[in-house]
Every structure is written in structure tokens, then in C-alpha cells.
Design a protein around this ligand. Structure first.
Ligand code: IMP
Length: 427
């Protein structure tokens, strides 16, 4: 029986991970974020009330689970606090349940300013980032001059390190990007203040996870963004700056491959993408508009409209392999309910090797297989026997093409709207 489960998106994000994490969090002792930052937007609907989380694990809405933020997550202290305060205002006890790795890289105001200045400078080639400073914060981590949460909590260390970082970024902003430098004093004051506020939440996330595992506890790792936005395996450079695929769990939380028992790949029944970059199955027609409208496809973080298209089984098959997916959870199937026919991309015409990056992805021509639609609705279904035959055939074909079994089906935004064929924790 699985004790630790990874939930990650197999597409370009927005597959509906947050809802599934929230659902499975009832069964676990800890929910762990391991990569990304507040670029993520996880929408939960509980008793008709909508909550959007950005960096706090989606397990926070259940009483039991500890919410751990591993060293692989880049943390913007002001944003984290805003999120904590928002949840506290709704009567949730948050601070005692959050555990923050002191090794998390810090996102400062200058990272955000740099992210936005870079995007402006890229013009038509803009990546379409969320503008939250994610890329520049990871750059500072890799170049080894970035600050970590532990630095914020120690006034001497902070004083020793922060000025050089602000100076460097302000130099770039003013002299390379012709942009407004950030107010250094404000950054310094904020960093010192937030460090003291966050310090009581610090914990050795890696140590805690191993202890939990030794005690037989259940752990859920919550991925952010999607596999095709992975810095190594995605549509580079139109990607995010972290490993969104399963390797990110190991480095971003400090667990070994044998500490993962099950990988649940969340896959939308069609495909969406926000921001720029190649998207072979994108639709610029009435079908795409119907998907956007029925699926309410607007970014949870930035409110941008999402691009929509058919399911891409070629890319999915690859992501299933990269992530070692055990089972799939198909989401938003009901969006396709009124379609007279549905398509799946089964091949990339004339392409022998899997695309390396944006240039190769941009040349991909999808070959489609068409399946009949289904009459009747799948919305809100909880009983597998009530699935229309056509919908069942679509799911079976997906499983066959992408070489992974469908273990779950999410049939609406509400927590209980699911068909569970096989529970990831094995019950
Ligand atoms: P960044 O992560 O803000 O640097 O943005 C890089 C790319 O990832 C852009 O195309 C964003 O739209 C995309 N992205 C980042 N976070 C999310 C997410 O949570 N869902 C979907 N796309 C995302």
C-alpha cells in the first residue's frame, strides 16, 4: 500500500492538481511543495467557496495534514504572509501547521522587477512569465549568491549578504534594462522583518519527512506548474525555472527515489497553456473557444486567458515516462460533453526524435485520431457505471496511447466530484 504519493501535472500546468491534493490530503500526515513558488495558482472549491492558493500546500484546507515547503521552493516572504493572513481571516489555524525549509531561496522585490524588465526587453519573444520573480530567484540560487530564508532570520548574515544582491540587481535594472531600480532600504527592512515573522515556522523538512516515513506516515508531494514547463524536459525556453517533473521531488524535498511509492499524473481531458511558446494541438477555432468557455480557462494567478487545444498523446506518453507515472487522473472531461467528436494527437508528422526545445516543437505537425463524442453528461459523476460509453471509450484510448492506466476521474470542481477506479493510497 502506497505511503507516499506524488501529484504532478503532465501538461503545461492548470491540470487541476490543487483539487486532487485537497481531496487526498484527508488521508495524509503531510503535504509537501517541492518546487516553483507563488507563480502557481491552485484553485479549490469547498462547500461552494473558492480558495486560490499560491505557495501554501493545498492540504491546508484539511485539519490534519502538516503543510511543508521544501528547499526547492522559492519563497516571496510578503506573499507567503499575505496568503497565511488570508486563510487566518477565514478562521484557519495555519502557522502551527506550516513547516518551512530555511534553505528555501528568497524572492526579493528586485527579482520581481528583473523578471518584468526582462520580459519587456524580450518584446515579441517574451516567455509570458507570471512576473513573480521566479526565474531571477532561481538564477541567484544557481549562481550561489542568492539569499535563503535562514539568512533573513539572522540579522548579521542578512547585513553581510543583502547589500551585494540588491546592488547587483539594481545595477542590471538601471544599466542593462533601463528600468527603475528598487528601493534598497525598503527591501532591507522587509527582509529583516519577514525573517523574524517566518522563523518560528522553520523546520528541517527533509528530516521531518524521513522521520514521518519511518513512523509509517502518509505523505503527499504536491507539484506546481506542469511537466512540459520543466526547465530540462519542457518546451525550452518557454518553461519555468524549476524541475516540475518527478526529479524535483528528490532535490526539492530531500527524499530518495525509493521514498516515492506512487506517482499520480494529473491530465486534463484536453490541453491548455498560458504564456508564450509552442503548442502543437492548439485550436484557433470554435472548438477551442468552446473549451475555453466551458472550462473557464483563465489563469488562477494572473487571470490571463489560457490557450486551448486537443489532448496530445505524443507529449503525454513522453511525460508519463519521464515521471514514472503510476496512474492518471483525468480532469475536466465534462468540458468535452457537448462535442460531437473529440480528437487526440497520436503522432507528430515527419518527426523522428522527440522535440528538443521550442524550435523543434514549433515545427511539429499533429496527426489526429477522431473519436465520436458522447451524449449525456459526465459532470458531477461519482459512479463509474454511469459513465457514457463514448466517454469511457475516450478514457480507454487515452490510457492505451499514453501507456498509463486511468486511476481517477475528476468530474467537477467540487471536492467530492470524482470517480475513483483505484485510490493512489490503495484503499
Ligand atoms: P514563470 O514560472 O513565472 O517564470 O513563467 C514561465 C512560464 O510558466 C510561463 O509560460 C507561465 O505562464 C508558466 N507558468 C508558471 N506558473 C504556472 C502555473 O501555475 N500554471 C500554468 N502556467 C504557469
Amino acid at each position: 500500500m502506497a505511503k507516499s504519493v506524488v501529484i504532478l501535472g503532465t501538461q503545461w500546468g492548470d491540470e487541476g492538481k490543487g483539487k486532487i491534493v485537497d481531496l487526498l490530503a484527508h488521508d495524509v500526515d503531510a503535504v509537501v511543495r517541492y518546487q516553483g513558488g507563488h507563480n502557481a495558482g491552485h484553485t479549490l472549491v469547498i462547500d461552494g467557496k473558492k480558495t486560490v492558493l499560491h505557495v501554501i500546500p493545498s492540504g491546508v484546507m484539511t485539519e490534519r495534514a502538516r503543510c511543508l515547503i521544501g528547499n526547492g521552493v522559492v519563497v516571496a516572504p510578503h506573499n507567503l504572509l499575505k496568503e497565511i493572513e488570508g486563510l487566518e481571516a477565514r478562521g484557519l489555524d495555519v502557522r502551527s501547521r506550516i513547516g518551512l525549509s530555511p534553505a528555501c531561496p528568497v524572492i526579493l522585490a528586485c527579482h520581481e522587477a528583473l523578471d518584468q524588465a526582462r520580459e519587456r526587453a524580450r518584446g515579441k519573444r517574451a516567455i509570458g512569465t507570471t512576473g513573480r520573480g521566479i526565474g531571477p530567484a532561481y538564477e541567484d540560487k544557481v549562481s550561489r549568491h542568492g539569499l535563503r530564508l535562514a539568512d533573513l532570520a539572522d540579522p548579521q548574515r542578512l547585513a553581510d549578504k543583502l547589500d551585494a544582491v540588491i546592488d547587483y540587481h539594481n545595477f542590471l535594472l538601471a544599466n542593462y534594462y533601463d528600468a527603475k531600480p528598487v528601493d534598497g532600504d525598503a527591501v532591507r527592512d522587509d527582509a529583516a522583518r519577514f525573517g523574524q515573522i517566518l522563523k518560528p515556522m522553520f523546520t528541517d523538512v527533509t528530516g521531518d519527512l524521513h522521520e514521518l516515513r519511518a513512523r509509517g506516515g502518509r505523505i503527499l508531494f504536491e507539484g506546481a506548474q506542469g511537466s512540459l514547463l520543466d526547465i530540462d524536459h519542457g518546451t525550452y525556453p518557454f518553461v519555468t525555472s524549476s524541475n516540475t517533473t518527478v526529479g524535483g521531488v528528490l532535490t526539492g524535498a530531500g527524499v530518495g527515489p525509493r521514498d516515492i511509492d506512487y506517482v499520480l499524473g494529473i491530465t486534463k481531458a484536453y490541453t491548455t497553456r498560458v504564456g508564450g511558446g509552442p503548442f502543437p494541438t492548439e485550436l484557433d477555432d470554435a472548438a477551442g473557444r468552446l473549451m475555453a468557455e466551458r472550462g473557464v480557462e483563465f489563469g488562477a494567478t494572473t487571470g490571463r486567458p489560457r490557450r486551448c487545444g486537443w489532448l496530445d498523446a505524443v507529449a503525454m506518453r513522453r511525460m508519463v515516462k519521464v515521471n514514472g507515472v503510476t496512474g492518471l487522473c483525468i480532469t475536466k472531461l465534462d468540458v468535452l460533453d457537448p462535442f460531437p467528436e473529440v480528437k487526440i494527437c497520436v503522432e507528430y508528422e515527419g518527426v523522428e526524435a522527440f522535440p528538443v526545445g521550442a524550435e523543434e516543437w514549433g515545427r511539429v505537425k499533429p496527426v489526429y485520431e477522431t473519436l465520436p463524442g458522447w451524449s449525456g453528461t459526465t459532470q458531477g459523476l461519482t459512479d463509474a457505471s454511469k459513465l457514457p460509453a463514448g466517454a469511457r471509450a475516450y478514457l480507454d484510448r487515452i490510457a492505451e496511447l499514453i501507456e498509463a492506466p486511468v486511476h481517477m476521474l475528476s468530474t467537477g470542481p467540487e471536492r467530492d466530484a470524482n470517480v475513483i477506479f483505484q485510490h493512489p493510497f490503495g484503499h
